[in-house]
Design a protein around this ligand. Structure first.
Ligand code: ATP
Length: 428
């Protein structure tokens, strides 16, 4: 029998077009096309995200269901997904993003920038969104200004969970994530199970299932299907050709291919085992990618998000990306020229990273330090970034710690959201 033909357009899907008027294409990413639409029942504007990649769709749906109700995470109204078609997510519509906000402020004029109170408000919303992910054991893996969408009234919402992974270990402690361990099979896709609970249009059913009930059923299904995931481990691959601004686009096939051709890299090299199982190092966008990923780690955790967060904060302060590498090697080299040489003294365990020995860099005698990249910034601003942009993942501040930073409680205080400057258009 021929495989079912895949629909590549939501225009041909009556279950969607009867409920939503599709207005225009508003953006396309590595895996998805996003349309502006109007819900016919009440006229509200929505974003319809048609995702062409099964794994990416599954990850995004899983994460958004768990994070439903978080103020600083994009809200998913419902989703449509049948086996032979692309998933279509109906999301709240958010006109602009943090990249556009930064661009607008940097173009405002000589000497202009964010006020301290504005930066603090943006940072608080960012940390709050990431904290929601991390307490729910979700690692986003692609934090960058473009993925922080912004509503017309200035509320920032974390979006684009196509690369997110969910940790399932019950004893996992987000505040102590660096030392926790997990069996690879514990990193699973919830959609795999949730499709057994509900299928098709999810909105009505979902209202009837509480968060606890959802996880109880998932746990039962997980026990029943304990053999699942043996063919679904992520593994290390290299991404020399990915653009510095684009999300890395390693596919399942690439990962599977690697799995067949290579023994699993890095297995058992580190005490305590894996936190997420075997993961691909080819995630995220190069400028915001943590050094452990650049060195090919397949055994990383929430800390990769914390590095990215530090890079985004530095960009809020200086209005330009912190490390603008043109290749992965160039990216590492720029990081080293700022933070200094990478060795066991500054980062315990770095020499075990898969690509550590494969790449050697000239010794940097006088690294310029973060203060050299943030010359006009106050000491506490540089210190804030330093708590995240540091080599050893175990030393990065957690999102929970950041939320309680005294920086946010000191004068000048974060401005009200209503005082933030919101651009009328988005970066292309
Ligand atoms: N809820 C939304 N409201 C308005 N625009 C959105 C929304 N979600 C996504 N977009 C826009 O659609 C475009 C593509 O979306 P998105 O980045 O999520 O897709 P992707 O394929 O996962 O992207 P990437 O290549 O960054 O991984 C982006 O310009 C984004 O800002």
């Amino acid at each position: 029998m021929d495989p079912p033909t895949k629909s590549w357009s939501i225009h041909t899907r009556p279950e969607i077009t009867t409920k939503y008027e599709i207005l225009e294409l508003i953006g396309s990413g590595s895996y998805a096309d996003v349309y502006r639409g109007r819900r016919t029942s009440d006229g509200i504007t929505v974003a319809l995200k048609e995702i062409h990649d099964h794994q990416s769709a599954s990850r995004e749906i899983d994460a958004l269901r768990i994070l439903r109700g978080s103020e600083n995470v994009v809200f998913m109204h419902e989703f449509f997904w049948r086996e032979d078609e692309d998933a279509v997510l109906v999301l709240e519509f958010l006109r602009t993003d943090l990249a556009a906000v930064i661009k607008e402020v940097s173009g405002a004029g000589e000497g202009e920038g964010f006020s301290v109170g504005e930066v603090k408000r943006w940072m608080k919303m960012i940390v709050s969104g990431v904290h929601c992910c991390h307490v729910n054991r979700i690692v986003h893996r692609d934090l960058k200004p473009q993925n922080f969408l912004v509503s017309d009234d200035g509320v920032l919402k974390l979006a684009d969970f196509g690369q997110a992974r969910i940790l399932m270990e019950s004893g996992f402690d987000a505040s102590n994530h660096a030392s926790s361990s997990q069996h690879p099979h514990d990193a699973i896709s919830l959609s795999h199970y949730s499709n057994q609970i509900e299928f098709g249009n999810q909105e009505d059913d979902e209202e009837k299932i509480s968060h606890d009930e959802y996880f109880r059923v998932l746990d039962e299904l997980k026990i029943q299907s304990h053999t699942y995931d043996t063919d679904d481990k992520d593994t290390n691959t290299h991404d020399g050709n990915t653009s510095c601004l684009a999300t890395c686009t390693t596919t399942d096939d690439d990962e599977d291919d690697y799995l067949w051709k290579n023994s699993l890299p890095y297995e058992g090299d580190e005490e305590g085992g894996n936190e997420l199982g075997f993961l691909t190092s080819c995630v995220g966008t190069r400028w915001y990618r943590a050094p452990e990923l650049l060195f090919g780690s397949t055994n990383y955790g929430l800390e990769v998000d914390l590095w990215s967060l530090g890079c985004v904060f530095a960009e809020l302060f200086t209005l330009k990306p912190l490390f603008q590498g043109t290749t992965d090697i160039d990216q590492i080299s720029r990081i080293i020229s700022v933070l200094g040489d990478i060795n066991e003294d500054v980062w315990h365990g770095c020499s075990k990273l898969p690509d550590y020995a494969a790449i050697s860099f000239n010794k940097v005698e006088n690294p310029i330090g973060l203060e050299g990249c943030m010359v006009n910034q106050l000491d506490d601003e540089v210190s804030f970034v330093r708590r995240l942009v540091c080599y050893d993942p175990a030393r990065r501040a957690t999102a929970m710690e950041l939320l309680h930073e005294k920086y946010f409680c000191e004068e000048p205080l974060p401005v009200p959201v209503s005082q933030l400057r919101i651009p009328v258009t988005k970066n292309e």
